[in-house]
Design a protein around this ligand. Sequence first.
Ligand code: SAM
Length: 278
Amino acid sequence: MNYRHAYHAGNFADVVKHAVLSRLVEHLKQKDKAFRAIDTHAGIGRYDLASVEAGKTGEWQGGIGRVSEPRTAALLQPYLEAVRLENPDGGLRRYPGSPLIVRHLLRKQDRLTAIELHSEDAARLKAVFAGDIQTRVIELDGWLALGAHLPPKEKRGLVLVDPPFEEEGEFQRLVENLRRAHRRWPGGIYALWYPIKDRKAVAAFRAALKETGIPKLLDIGFEIRPASSEPSLDGSGLVVVNPPFTLEAELRLMLPALHGVLAVEQPSRWTIEWLAGE
Ligand code: SAM
């Protein structure tokens, strides 16, 4: 496990993922009934944008560094509020990872389970949430959690699956594990992140998802430049299973606003496609 999210925190892919994640949490809050969010590959929770790691790539400057300007859509407010809460003195020094964004948005009755396999990262994540009775941090293989932790006792909620994609076969693993998780908990909302780097692999992933027979699969693609000649992160995607009925319309407002500030080269595009309907 060599992947360290500290090099990438707050980049364009984080922004899109976290903006959509925030909409899913906001949707769950429309009913009083408690829910649980499960983050299977949680990272360290809080990132220092002035760190050596963040400075080495500068990726956040092409991501959250561009979005914190005021001209973005109102639908981004919950996400941007979570970022602001991490920067109480103004400016942009700290960036919240997915578990911390979710945590900032939870109500008193809601719960978060954050899972991280890398032991140093899990220890840092535990420190971030020390004393927080609404959050449980577990050092565990997130793929295993997709079995053992589903369905949560609240029977409402969402699961974010955000693997590092550093190993061969990660797309296939995502499909297999979704199939398994969905059998255990067909009513959960799932958000699966994937890189748009190798277009053939992405096409095969989308086709494999269609073949699962799982209904209500919404695929979001966000490309910031045309396909590069050398493998590089030209875009990112998120497949949402059981999306709230309002999500597609929200995305049609949010994605163009985000694309306007995050795209680096044209032609590039954002896409929304139903891989499977009802
Ligand atoms: N979800 C985080 C966010 O949006 O802020 C970023 C997560 S990062 C892309 C992937 C994380 O998964 C890394 O912190 C890595 O250590 C962790 N990881 C790798 N393999 C794992 C596994 N099998 N189970 C749980 N975590 C794993």
